[in-house]
Design a protein around this ligand. Sequence first.
Ligand code: 5GP
Ligand code: ZN
Length: 114
Amino acid sequence: MEDCLFCKMVNGEITPDKVYEDDQVLAFRDINPQAPVHVLIVPKRHIATLNDLQPEDRETMGSLFIAAKKVAEQEGVAERGYRTLINCNREGGQVVFHVHLHLVGGRPMGWPPG
Ligand code: 5GP
Ligand code: ZN
């Protein structure tokens, strides 16, 4: 997908601060971290929003969470706990239109989210 920031990271046009990669997903540090650990986990295939998910995306979306588990372990927050979230569209707070799972941790998380 041209002009998609996260596709450019997947195809190597832009080099992110990578923390994990497998055949389905790429994970890298958020440029504007909201917690001591803030990693974005993206599917390698372009999917714009959660609203665009198709049945064939099941495995890919599962891979995001399997990757999150590994990254949490790698970053040392698995036992303490962490949060994963996906924003969708304007009111959900989505600004990059390539689905991404935020993994945040390293401090207590508030609830409800703002
Ligand atoms: P959203 O609000 O769409 O759920 O999250 C987009 C995230 O992408 C934000 O947390 C933002 O800081 C991050 N981001 C935006 N541009 C870049 C960039 O160029 N590199 C990295 N690593 N993260 C980015
Ligand atoms: Zn994309």
